[in-house]
Design a protein around this ligand. Structure first.
Ligand SMILES: [Zn+2]
Length: 157
C-alpha cells in the first residue's frame, strides 16, 4: 500500500509511508509474512499467503481458491469472505484514521477477480461511521495488476 496526498506520494522517514500490509490484525499462527511478522495483513491475505495457508485444504494457490469460491463451493466461499473481511477492516481503519477520499486496489489476485471481490470488501466499509466513510470511493486501480510495479517506480524517482 502507499499514500498519495494532494497529488504527491507520501514517503515517510524510510520511504515506506502507508505500507499498511504489515499492520498486525490477527493472532493466526499460520500467517507468516515475508517480513517475518506473524499475523499481519500480508501474512493473512497476500497471494502467496493464500497458497501457504490453504494448500492443505485443497487450494494450492489464490486462483484455485477464488475459482472455487466463484463456482459456489461453500468452504472456499467462506474462506474468501474471511479474507475480504480482513481486507475490508484494514481499509476501513485506514479510511477513518486518515480521512481518505479514495483507495485504488490493484495487485494480481484482486485485479483478476475485482468484480467478485470489490463488493465484498466494500461491504466492510460502506455504512460504517458515515461521517468519515460517506463519499469515500473504493475502486479497482486503473493500472490493474501492474499498480505495485508503478508504485515502486514512483518511490525510486
Ligand atoms: Zn509483513
Amino acid at each position: 500500500m502507499g499514500l498519495c496526498v494532494d497529488g504527491h506520494v507520501l514517503r515517510g522517514k524510510n520511504g515506506n509511508a502507508g505500507h499498511a500490509g504489515h499492520m498486525f490484525v490477527s493472532d493466526n499462527h499460520d500467517a507468516l509474512c515475508g517480513c517475518g511478522n506473524i499475523g499481519d495483513v500480508e501474512g493473512l491475505i497476500a497471494g502467496n499467503a493464500i497458497a501457504r495457508r490453504f494448500a492443505e485444504q485443497g487450494y494450492a494457490d489464490a486462483a484455485t481458491l477464488l475459482g472455487a469460491a466463484r463456482a459456489g463451493e461453500p468452504a472456499a466461499a467462506l474462506l474468501v469472505d474471511d479474507l475480504c473481511r480482513i481486507m475490508g477492516r484494514t481499509l476501513y481503519n485506514l479510511v477513518v484514521t486518515l480521512d481518505l477520499q479514495r483507495i485504488s486496489v490493484g495487485g494480481s489476485v484482486f485485479w483478476h477477480h475485482r468484480d467478485f471481490l470489490l463488493p465484498k470488501v466494500r461491504s466492510h466499509i460502506d455504512g460504517k461511521l458515515a461521517a468519515l466513510t460517506h463519499g469515500f470511493d473504493l475502486c479497482a486501480a486503473g493500472l490493474g495488476e501492474k499498480v505495485g510495479d508503478y508504485a515502486a517506480l514512483a518511490l525510486v524517482r
